[in-house]
Design a protein around this ligand. Sequence first.
Ligand code: FES
Length: 250
Amino acid sequence: MSETQNQNTPGAGKMIPIFVMGKRYEVPETLTIMKAMEYAGFKFIRGCGCRGGICGACATVYRKAGDYKLYTGLACQTVVEPNMYLAQIPFYPANRASYNFAELEPKAEEIFKLYPELFRCVACNSCTKVCPMDVAVMDVISLLKQGNIAKAAELSFSCIQCGLCASRCLGELPQYHIAQLARRIYGSKIAPRAEHLKDAVRAVREGKYEAGLDSLTRMSEAELRQLYQQREIEPEMAAEDWVPQDKRYL
Ligand code: FES
């Protein structure tokens, strides 16, 4: 993130003061932290990705004036408040194990070997309290200690790898990397195979979509736009078994 000149947006609403890394800026009260920082002249070169609460790149720590508590949130989702003191944490240097995934067995012991610090958890629950996605992070770690990879994977499904859990952990656990490994093991080596996925992969290998892709790549931008606008859209209240009329690519 780098700072450039101030921009003035006409009609931006009531202005409020915020403090970015200690410096005061006046920004419209309706903006998210990310937009407010851009309004103040910052240009994101890190700490910003999807802008939609999905990628986890914009972890932010802040405090409100007169309040001792440290709050956390995603800059792209959290709306500014008057006298908010904030700093972004675009990267957290948490331990991330290296492994050859193909060689791992679907056992919790594999996770214990790669992340022995998992047992340093003191059950303070700070990780859960700071999670902007409301993942019960400490429970994920407890489930793994019990060897329950499936439940840990399910419970951590909403994790977006922002790293805030690790930033507050007394035991210095990289919870987000540990949970990601659990989800990988579960998805690849424990969850039952989906038959329809097997059929879809076979169809791709047999070249079912080649002609369609070929014709798409030959189209002009205008033709692509027209095709997109004329596509058959699934009705909002479609039945479970709804299928489009053109079934060529099903
Ligand atoms: S920019 Fe992706 S979660 Fe905020």
